[in-house]
Design a protein around this ligand. Structure first.
Ligand code: FA5
Length: 340
């Protein structure tokens, strides 16, 4: 085929090419190893020597022209593909507000912050307790010697060095007395650990909030006053409390303090199991031995102590009926922002 004919047929075929695949076929047909241009170059040996140079130049010129036009066509296809992709893509409106969920405080943290604020406003110092405690602070200092049967109720996790994961916030009592001496008013919330059979109301890891007030002429009426005040502020209404006898080696006398049910006002409901009262926290007058262990003279000072079961208190205020939810990842229950 003459060069002029090759050129003509190339441009005719190029017009009909619809995509990159077809363009590649055209490239192979004309400039490929056995393409028409390559064949035309091979013919050079049959050309008159005087015309060979001009012929060679013409074939190469046409080869470059074809290669350039193939490249231009390829670019055209690429641009068209990009335009089609952009046209088919949904526009992103960067000004639309995103419906992102923000984090929220854990129910225990919410209740803890609220109670801390209330006690702080009544002049109580707020302290942190250790999670790992000495056996002495957890037991002996609060009048629970090694062979005391009360230890059985608070089996815990022992470390190799003989220390324990604290079973009760009462483990902080000795440190607080040693730190501040008498008189003192302090609360110390903290995580406690016990080797428990788990059920809806027992966890191996839970929170308590301990409170102590030591001064001259302190009686159980002071305890009742502060607890009534705290509860009335938490629930935003006047709350009643009552005391039942209890036993703890570190308080004498010891009590269980109940609060009038904040949900039914004492009439009886599901939360208070129809009794009108909710068992809230063990408490009592600090045992003279405990004061003495803390370096305080029991002849001169008296005090009360209480140990609010904080996790159960949070369950009650948020109406969570299984304690295991609180250590779980159940966001529905854990992201409630308001106390009911
Ligand atoms: C004590 O731990 C005493 N230290 C409380 C105290 C302090 C008494 C100061 C007197 C003076 P008790 O073992 O009853 O007491 O626990 C107190 C509260 O912690 C319980 O009423 C309960 O609400 C909570 N509690 C105890 N064990 C668990 C548990 N396994 N899971 C969740 N809450 C628990």
């Amino acid at each position: 085929m003459k060069l002029e004919e090759i050129k003509k047929s190339y441009y005719k075929e190029l017009e009909g090419v619809a995509n990159d695949g077809e363009l590649n076929d055209l490239r192979i047909k004309y400039t490929g190893k056995s393409g028409l241009i390559t064949d035309a170059l091979k013919l050079i040996k049959d050309i008159e020597p005087s015309e060979r140079k001009a012929y060679g130049e013409s074939v190469n010129k046409l080869k470059v022209e074809i290669e350039d036009s193939l490249g231009a066509k390829h670019e055209e296809f690429v641009n068209k593909a990009i335009e089609a992709e952009v046209a088919g893509t949904k526009r992103v409106d960067l000004t639309v507000p995103l419906a992102m969920r923000t984090g929220s405080l854990h129910p225990i943290t919410i209740v803890q912050k609220r109670i801390i604020d209330i006690f702080a406003s009544m002049g109580f110092t707020v302290e942190d307790g250790n999670e790992v405690e000495t056996e002495y602070n957890n037991f002996e200092a609060v009048n629970v010697p090694k062979d005391h049967p009360a230890r059985d109720m608070q089996d815990t996790f022992w470390l190799d060095n003989g220390e324990v994961l604290k079973t009760q916030t009462s483990a902080g009592q000795n440190r607080i007395m040693r730190k501040y001496g008498a008189p003192l008013k302090a609360i110390f919330p903290g995580r406690c650990f016990r080797n428990e059979e788990l059920d809806a109301s027992h966890e191996n890891t839970f929170f308590q909030l301990e409170g102590m007030m030591i001064d001259k002429n302190i009686s159980i009426s002071n305890l009742i006053y502060f607890m009534k005040n705290m509860l009335s502020q938490v629930f935003g209404k006047e709350m009643n409390v009552r005391l039942r006898p209890g036993f703890f080696p570190f308080t004498e006398p010891s009590f269980e303090l109940d609060a009038s049910c904040p949900f039914c006002g004492g009439k009886g409901c599901k939360t208070c199991k129809q009794s009108g009262w909710i068992e809230l926290c063990p408490c009592g007058m600090i045992h003279p031995n405990v004061l003495r262990n803390g370096g305080i003279d029991p002849e001169e000072y008296q005090g009360f102590a209480f140990g609010l079961g904080f996790t159960r208190f949070a369950m009650m205020t948020f109406e969570i009926d299984d304690i295991r939810v609180l250590n779980s990842g159940k966001l529905k229950e854990l992201t409630q922002a308001e106390i009911k």
